[in-house]
Write a protein that binds this ligand. Structure first.
Ligand code: MSP
Length: 504
């Protein structure tokens, strides 16, 4: 049986359309999922939407729609964005589904019976944007409290304070539990300050999951939202599937929701007697030309219009190459066009069309038999090793840097070997065979490695190289020297050059 790999994105609030920050998280997770499939693992990739929250309820009311109808429409919008981004999801979860209500109720019941949930009066501040209670010490100045309300109500609380020591032990025993280290350290500091119990229910709204022992309350969003990761793999409706995929291997999330995933979620799971996920991987935020994206500034970037203008694969490449995964990064249309022209149109696209047209011109489209040259061997071995290491550590940008080292070397190899000069000399026919074989091989390996990032372009490349196209490539095909004797189909411009102003 192949090893399983379960990866999730955060589930998005549906109070607004997805922006480029959501898209970034989705495609990064998809690239990792595709890589693990290439390794032969049995992968489950889950994404979805978080529908029960005060801000979703507000957004529905603003459109004059009942929450359910509003959420039906918005969940389709998110599903569609995944499809257009080329993501290969195994499931898409909505927290309003009956299977998810059942899972959340089971989690609540377990914690309640375990004595971790009690009723008390909550009087304090609530931040509607973050969907979180705000301690007095973190309260901003009065003029910055736009979405922060004073709330006084009877709530159920979860005894998070009981878990401080157990969480510390877990963090120490599993340094890989939260990555990168910067975000792990942030959580360690939080644990050092000691945890406070948190409210897990609201009685002022009906749009949520009723508590099994007191239906006048609904579960407060995070308890419900986090449980989606269990529901998605069958808890409690398909326990055989749950056994296959739980615990999750990686929760991919943004830095603003680190503490919910790295502190609250493991405490909930401990309370319910369930195993903890293996890793929470925290990525940074995308700013737009150095500024935080926000509706009020009007600088929110819509991924769909970028896909329309530049194509899905170039957008995937750009985001995953431009921003170091785990750090904040910046988006601007100028840098997208610059990278497209330099890395895609120039380095890779030109190499591809040049090599295929030489194979056509000098060898009637058939790649000669051969083996990888000594002068390429070193770089190929090094790049493939660096690529696999980077992918396994989710250092996606570094994996792309490694691939482009091979692309750069192949371009240099063309210049060094001058196939057009070799073609003029009958005595050098063997050398020309070897050079063309090596270039085809470099392209084949590039296509396989680039597949998680640009799946459609990679398949086009493999197809034009005359390689079998059934299913996605596998990592163990990398070293096969499979180009001997294949028939190529030249003529495609993989990445037509963009004229800057025209593109915009
Ligand atoms: N619904 C919660 C998550 C619940 S998970 C059990 C939520 N939703 S969200 O729609 O606000 O955010 C979804 C994801 O997008 C989060 O991981 C968040 O960090 C990420 N991003 C939101 N804005 C972002 C950027 N500007 N840049 C990168 N990621 C960003 O939080």
């Amino acid at each position: 049986m192949s090893q399983s790999f379960y990866i999730t994105t955060a589930i998005s609030y549906v109070n607004a359309k997805p922006h480029i920050g959501h898209a970034y998280e989705f495609i990064a997770s998809d690239a990792i999922a595709r890589f693990k499939r290439m390794m032969g693992m049995k992968v489950f990739f889950l994404s979805g939407v978080d529908e029960h929250s005060a801000k979703v309820e507000k957004a529905a009311a603003a459109q004059g729609l009942p929450p359910r109808e509003y959420c039906d429409q918005m969940s389709d919008v998110f599903r569609d964005v995944h499809a257009r981004l080329g993501n290969q999801l195994d499931d898409f979860i909505r927290t309003s589904e009956p299977r998810h209500h059942a899972a959340t109720k089971e989690m609540l019941r377990r914690s309640y019976e375990n004595g971790d949930i009690y009723k008390a009066k909550y009087a304090g501040w609530y931040d509607l944007t973050a969907e979180a209670f705000v301690p007095e010490t973190d309260l901003p100045e009065p003029d910055k409290r736009k979405n922060i309300e004073w709330i006084e109500e009877e709530n159920y609380f979860f005894k998070l304070s009981n878990y401080t020591e157990r969480l510390k032990e877990h963090f120490n025993a599993h340094p890989e539990f939260v990555q990168p280290d910067m975000y792990r350290n942030e959580m360690l500091a939080l644990l050092d300050r000691g945890l406070q119990d948190i409210s897990i229910s609201r009685s002022t709204t009906r749009w949520g999951i009723p508590l099994p022992w007191d239906e006048t309350h609904v579960s407060y969003v995070w308890f419900d939202a986090l449980t989606n990761y269990l529901t998605g793999v069958g808890f409690v409706h398909d326990m055989a599937m749950y056994e296959t995929f739980w615990p999750a291997d990686a929760h991919i999330i943004g830095k603003d929701i680190n503490r919910f995933h790295s502190v609250f979620w493991p405490a909930m799971l401990m309370s319910a007697g369930l195993p903890l996920p293996r890793q929470v991987f925290v990525h940074g935020f995308i700013n737009h030309k150095g500024e935080k994206m926000s509706k009020s500034i009007g600088n929110v970037v819509d991924p769909l219009s970028l896909i329309e203008n530049y194509g899905c694969d170039p957008l995937r490449y750009f985001l995953l190459r431009e921003i170091a995964f785990g750090r904040d990064g910046d988006y601007s249309e100028d840098s997208l066009i610059t990278r497209y022209n330099a890395d895609l149109a120039n380095d890779l696209g030109n190499l591809f069309s040049r090599v295929l047209s030489m194979i056509k011109k000098y060898r009637d489209c058939v790649v000669p038999n051969g083996a990888v040259d000594d002068s390429l061997r070193g770089v190929i071995d090094r790049v493939q090793t660096q690529y696999a290491e980077a992918m396994n550590q989710f250092m996606l940008h570094q994996a792309l840097v490694a691939i482009w080292e091979l692309v750069g070397r192949a371009n240099q190899y063309v210049v060094e070997n001058e196939p057009w000069a070799l073609a003029k000399d009958e005595a050098k026919a063997d050398r020309l065979d070897a050079v063309l074989f090596n270039l085809a091989e470099a392209l084949r390996r590039t296509a396989i490695m680039v597949y998680p990032f640009m799946p459609s372009k990679a398949m086009e490349m493999l197809g034009d190289l005359g390689l079998p196209r059934e299913g996605a490539p596998m990592l163990n095909q990398l070293d096969a020297d499979a180009c001997s004797g294949v028939t190529v189909t030249p003529g495609r411009s993989l990445f037509p050059r963009l004229e800057r102003e025209e593109a915009k």
